[in-house]
Design a protein around this ligand. Structure first.
Ligand SMILES: [Mg+2]
Ligand SMILES: [Zn+2]
Length: 196
């Protein structure tokens, strides 16, 4: 079944983005339905990881400890909804660090693929920004765009080269509909057999 692994951008996809960065647990405000959407992926046996640029660390606005605290709270919210994350990959570097993990570089995506032993074609990236789409493309991963965060302006200024959805919840709805359809086509659905 496809995909085995869904990689999500964080700000503007899972939680409301802010031009002033997300600097505290209080700043982390999930978008409607996003936490539940991640849980739906988990309960459908699709691994979920987050690949996020957090340059506020490298810029000196956010301590690594506070970023970890935000991600602990985020993880707890996912777990309470019945889901789980297999990883949170965060680039802490400022843009001038020229690292290979800050999107649009593919480092975060490639690390997630390596850790999960997943081929690029068996993964899907869902993001709201051009640099998400570019990072996914550089790693060979198909990408979907959501209209939350920067997504609506990306869609308006560029021809769509990828599927576009209103938000993460509707993207996950579409993804799980594809999964169900493929199970019907392959005969796995409702046959009473299970060949894994
Ligand atoms: Mg974003
Ligand atoms: Zn980096």
């Amino acid at each position: 079944m496809w995909p085995r692994l869904v990689l999500l951008d964080r700000d503007g996809v899972i939680n409301a983005d802010s031009p002033n960065y997300i600097l505290s647990i209080e700043d982390f405000q999930p978008l409607p339905g996003s936490i539940e959407a991640i849980a739906r992926l988990s309960t459908n046996a699709i691994d979920v990881a987050v690949c996020t640029n957090q340059s506020a660390v490298g810029r000196g606005f956010l301590s690594p400890d506070t970023l970890n605290a935000i991600h602990t709270e985020f993880t707890n919210q996912i777990n309470r909804a019945g889901g789980q994350l297999v990883g949170i990959y965060a680039c802490p570097h400022s843009p001038d660090a020229q690292c290979n993990c800050r999107k649009p570089a593919p480092g975060l995506c490639r690390q997630a693929l390596l850790d999960r032993h997943v081929l690029p074609s068996d993964a899907l990236f869902i993001g709201d920004s051009q640099r998400d789409l570019a990072a996914a493309a550089a790693a060979g991963i198909p990408a979907w765009l959501v209209r939350t965060g920067n997504g609506a302006s990306i869609e308006a200024t560029q021809p769509a080269h990828q599927p576009v959805f209103d938000d993460l919840a509707s993207a996950v709805d579409a993804l799980l509909a594809i999964e169900l359809a493929s199970e019907i086509v392959t005969g796995k659905f409702g046959t009473g057999t299970n060949n894994g």
